[in-house]
Design a protein. Structure first.
Length: 161
């Protein structure tokens, strides 16, 4: 029960941080913190808690997003399964490069999935989407991944979750 409450609190705080960063710095200063929370929960506690984090993050993002309800819920659950695949085949515990690569693959997968889902509703110009959406997401999220994972690990160890 403690972990479930901790996950909900982490997701809420990361959602607020994303909102504040986007409104103060812009797209080039806003990492995908909700995706990082889902990745961390999956890598540190396992897929069960990763799915719980994905559901909470998806519901929060869908409640305030412009996409049809359930879009981000689906994307974050897919990110959880992609993280599990990465954890089994690519990830090396304790490696900063490995954390950054996990963030790279999951953010890229989420971008591709979101782009495919948007194709049903709107015209998507792929070169512009890659340059103005994917590249800023990748750069900021990969840089933030090393610090966020280490900070979350310290919090989890401190509170014995």
């Amino acid at each position: 029960m403690k972990r479930a409450v901790a996950i909900a609190l982490i997701v809420y705080l990361f959602f607020l941080a994303e909102f504040v960063l986007y409104n103060t710095v812009g797209v080039w200063g806003k990492p995908e913190l909700l995706i990082l929370a889902v990745i961390f929960c999956n890598l540190y506690w396992g897929i069960r808690y990763g799915i719980w984090a994905a559901v909470v993050a998806g519901l929060v993002r869908d409640a305030f997003g412009l996409q049809p309800f359930g879009t981000y819920l689906f994307i974050y659950i897919a990110a959880t399964y992609l993280t599990t695949y990465i954890r089994k085949n690519i990830y090396r515990p304790g490696s900063r490069f490995s954390r950054a690569m996990a963030a790279f693959f999951v953010v890229t997968g989420c971008f591709v999935l979101e782009t495919v889902l948007r194709l049903r509703q709107h015209e998507v110009r792929l070169p512009e989407a890659v340059f103005f959406i994917l590249i800023p997401q990748l750069v900021t999220t990969m840089v933030a991944a090393t610090f966020v994972f280490q900070g979350l690990r310290n919090v989890v160890v401190k509170f014995k979750l």
